[in-house]
Design a protein around this ligand. Structure first.
Ligand code: FES
Length: 105
């Protein structure tokens, strides 16, 4: 699966990911700036915030309460399409488009 990361300036990076990995892991492994992921995916830092393109939202599993709560602590305010990228896993058929916020801290 491919993840297309767009940064706050509009620069796009297309990254090949592995099924089962999170979007956050995929970003970190490929040196995508804009994802800090301080806690390494344990849902306690909210520095892996991404905005998911609207037409990709429906393919994602609904968020758990904990992710929802953590999204109130992001550096850039959450929007309706906000997710924490450590909680979004890649599937075979999934091609994902996300935008990283201007800052994570
Ligand atoms: Fe820390 Fe996602 S990496 S909450």
């Amino acid at each position: 699966p491919t993840v297309h990361f767009t940064d706050a300036e509009g620069a796009v990076r297309d990254v090949q990911g592995n099924t089962g990995d999170s979007v956050m892991e995929t970003a970190v492994r490929n040196g995508v700036p804009g994802i800090v992921a301080e806690c390494g995916g344990s849902l306690s830092c909210a520095t892996c915030h991404v905005f998911v393109r609207e037409d990709c939202l429906a393919q994602l599993p609904p968020m758990e309460d904990m992710e929802d709560e953590m999204l109130y602590g992001t550096a850039v305010d959450r929007e309706d399409n906000s997710r924490l990228s450590c909680q979004v896993r890649l599937t075979d058929e999934r091609e994902l488009f996300v935008t990283t916020p201007e800052t994570q801290v």
